[in-house]
Structure formats: structure tokens, C-alpha cells
Design a protein around this ligand. Structure first.
Ligand SMILES: N[C@@H](CCC(=O)N[C@@H](CS)C(=O)NCC(=O)O)C(=O)O
Length: 245
């Protein structure tokens, strides 16, 4: 049996796969990023499809990312994968109220991810952005004006409530790593809206910078393994959705 972690996620986009990668990388945990291998070596979309289509062994999953642990445990749902890794690698409070609050915050960040995706796909995931652009403009406007401020102000409040250094517990957790990735994505997709909100969330922005400077994560961010945001992912740079056009 091959022991260790195997990550299965759509190649070519950072998406939710990147939320798992930042935890693995900050933990210094070796993993195989299977779908990023060439097809000839068992990678590519072909590696992900058996999970997505229900043909892979192990507990059935609904949608990637998937983490296979020691070729035995098959995990999906990004918050569950990150909670599992966080608890295993000292990136999560150990006490019950602590990890429950971590999970609560992670699920709220996951809701935010869903709402970001909805800004460019408000009608159907199966339709192209161009085919739902009118609805996307309205959805993105409501997101920028109402939901985005509500989310970031909430997380600033959580941070200050916890003393200002980290979101939960007394050390950096997987939730802070997810927040880091989401702030990077929001600044990529909504630079104008985020610039307007910046004065209200100084604590979050400082936390983002502290997380980025953590040695293992910093090494990852500077490496070719780090996947840049692009217009196939969740965070897309469509200036019209940022109110820039
Ligand atoms: N709530 C799930 C959402 C998973 C999800 O939507 N995955 C996307 C890629 S980021 C996907 O492959 N969706 C295909 C589908 O829903 O059919 C999570 O957080 O992991």
C-alpha cells in the first residue's frame, strides 16, 4: 500500500483545490497532486473523472477536491478535508470548542466561496459566463454592495474578538490559511471593491501578510507549484463584475 496523501482536483485552475494545497504546503506534508501529472503518468482530468463519475473505489464523493489518505480514506468537501489536515498537522485548536469554532468559521468561508462563484454563474454552472452575463452583473453588484462587506466585516470582528492575531485559538490554523487564500482571490477578482473595504479590515490584511510570510507557505508561493488565479477558477478577473466598466 502507498502511504501518504493524494490530491485529486481539476488541473488548470486553482479553485477549491488550492485551499487544500495551502494547508498541505504550510504543514510541510508531502502529497501527490495527481491530476497535475501528465496524462501519460496517470494525471490529467482522466485521474479525477472516476471520482466525479462514481467509478472510484472508496466512499463516494459528490465533487472534487478529493483527498485520498494512505489509499484507504477517501475524503471530499473542502472544509472536511481542511479540518482533517488541520487536526492532524497542528493547524487547528485541539480542544472541542476550539475545533468546532474552527469548523464553523471554515463553513462560513465556504459559503463565501459559493457566493463568489455565483457572481459569474448566477443561473447555472453548466452555462458559459457569456450566456448569463446580465444576471451576473446584477448578482455581482449585490455581492459587492451587500454580501462582501458583510463577510469581511464579520471576519474582522471575529479576529478582534479573538485578540487580533489569529481567527481561532492561539496559533495560526487552517482557517487562517483559507482566509489568506480567499483574500488573495477577492483582491484578484474584485480589486476595486476590496480597495474600498481595506480601511475597515486592517486586522485581516495584516493577518494575510503574516500568513504569507510563514516560511513553508512563502516557499510554496514562490515555487512553480503555486497556481495563479485565472478565468476558469472561482475567483475570476472580470472588471465589469467589479463595477469597473
Ligand atoms: N462544497 C464542495 C463543493 C465542491 C465543488 O463544487 N467542486 C467543484 C470544483 S471547485 C466541482 O467540481 N463541481 C462540479 C459539480 O458540482 O458537479 C466543497 O467545498 O468541496
Amino acid at each position: 500500500m502507498t502511504r501518504g496523501y493524494r490530491l485529486y482536483y481539476w488541473p488548470g485552475l486553482p479553485g477549491r483545490g488550492e485551499l487544500v494545497r495551502v494547508v498541505l504546503e504550510d504543514a510541510g506534508a508531502p502529497y501527490e497532486d495527481v491530476a497535475r501529472l501528465p496524462e501519460a503518468e496517470g494525471g490529467g482530468v482522466t485521474a479525477v473523472l472516476p471520482f466525479y463519475e462514481g467509478r472510484a473505489p472508496g466512499h463516494p464523493i459528490f465533487a472534487p477536491p478529493v483527498l485520498v489518505v494512505d489509499e484507504e480514506l477517501v475524503l471530499a468537501q473542502t472544509p472536511t478535508i481542511c479540518l482533517f489536515l488541520g487536526r492532524r498537522h497542528g493547524l487547528c485548536p485541539a480542544d472541542e470548542p476550539g475545533w468546532l469554532h474552527a469548523n464553523q468559521l471554515q463553513l462560513t468561508l465556504s459559503d463565501l466561496v459559493d457566493e463568489v462563484h455565483q457572481t459569474h454563474h448566477p443561473i447555472a454552472v453548466s452555462l458559459y459566463y457569456e450566456d448569463q452575463k446580465e444576471a451576473a452583473l446584477a448578482c455581482a453588484r449585490a455581492f459587492r454592495e451587500q454580501r462582501l462587506p458583510k463577510y469581511v466585516r464579520y471576519f474582522e470582528r471575529v479576529l478582534q474578538h479573538n485578540g487580533g492575531d489569529v481567527l481561532v485559538g492561539d496559533a495560526v490554523s487552517y482557517v487562517d490559511l483559507t482566509l489568506f487564500q480567499l483574500l488573495c482571490g477577492l483582491e484578484y477578482a474584485f480589486p476595486r471593491a476590496m480597495a474600498q473595504l481595506a480601511p475597515e479590515v486592517p486586522g485581516l490584511l495584516a493577518l494575510r501578510d503574516r500568513v504569507a510570510a510563514r516560511p513553508k507557505l512563502a516557499a510554496y508561493l514562490a515555487s512553480p507549484r503555486r497556481m495563479a488565479f485565472n478565468e476558469d477558477g472561482i475567483f475570476r478577473c472580470y472588471p465589469e463584475l467589479d463595477g469597473a466598466i
